[in-house]
Design a protein around this ligand. Structure first.
Ligand code: G3P
Ligand code: MG
Length: 246
């Protein structure tokens, strides 16, 4: 039986500021076998890891990521907002820093293209170049809520796995996955039923539901046959997988 992937959502985001190197490193210590992160483009075309298009929730800056240069973004604090402030000094990472961290490991990286609101033309090409430069093509899955972008990505890099992000209501999403050229369904976990997982598998499509933090729900999805789970608490999932021999 294939191992079920344990994707740390934005890194170990329950215990560290999301999408920081501290969060990524900690997730590996907590047993994650995969990491999910969100990528956007700076004004000068660099790939940075941050969830919101606007800076003020997770940094001491304000305004949009797309309007700032890498240098301006690197001057911001992306850790002080979290918990007791002990992560002050954490920066917005570049995608390349995370690829570097994973170089000597077998962790799978789920790069979510955050291009649903701002389309970030050219981001697909830059992500492909970075992933290839680090020899990670066979260890990444690229997801997005922007399915036009996923089609574009697949045209550029047919060998790199893609995953369709969606919230609910897709009819026979495994057929839709074939249309988009995707291998995986990154569904809101509440939209996942065991018969969907079974039918998707029969059509060669796997499920990686997000964001699952309740152990009972994790167990339900594991028993349903998902290939991976995206969670804020990779330690909880790692413990459960160990107990179930998965
Ligand atoms: O990739 C799964 C999940 O991260 C999608 O939603 O908003 O957390 O990026 P969000
Ligand atoms: Mg995400």
């Amino acid at each position: 039986m294939a191992k079920i992937l344990n994707f740390a959502h934005r890194g170990a985001s329950a215990v560290c500021p999301e999408n920081t190197m501290a969060a990524f490193r900690r997730s590996l210590d907590l047993g994650a076998t995969g990491i999910e992160t969100d990528v956007q483009l700076t004004r000068d075309g660099q790939l940075v890891l941050i969830h919101d298009e606007e800076l003020s929730r997770t940094t001491n800056g304000s305004g949009y990521v797309k309007d700032k240069t890498l240098e301006e973004l690197r001057a911001l604090d992306a850790g002080a907002w979290f918990g007791d402030g002990s992560f002050a000094g954490e920066k917005i990472p570049r995608l390349e820093e995370l690829l570097e961290l994973l170089l000597q490991r077998d962790t799978v990286l789920n790069i979510e293209l955050k291009n649903g609101i701002f389309p970030y033309p050219g981001m697909e090409e830059k992500v492909i170049a970075a992933v290839r430069a680090y020899g990670m093509s066979s260890r990444v899955v690229i997801s997005s809520f922007n399915h036009y972008s996923l089609v574009h990505f697949k045209t550029l890099a047919p060998d790199i796995e893609t995953g369709i992000l969606y919230m609910e209501g897709l009819y026979r999403p495994w057929n839709y996955a074939a249309t988009v050229g995707a291998e995986a369904l990154h569904a809101n976990h509440l939209a996942v039923l065991p018969e969907f997982v079974r039918d998707a598998a029969q059509n060669g499509v796997v499920y990686h539901p997000f964001t699952v933090n309740d152990p009972k729900r994790m167990e339900f999805l594991i028993d349903a046959g998902v290939a991976g789970i995206i969670t804020d608490v990779p330690d909880v999932l790692a413990g459960l997988l160990a107990r179930k021999g998965r």
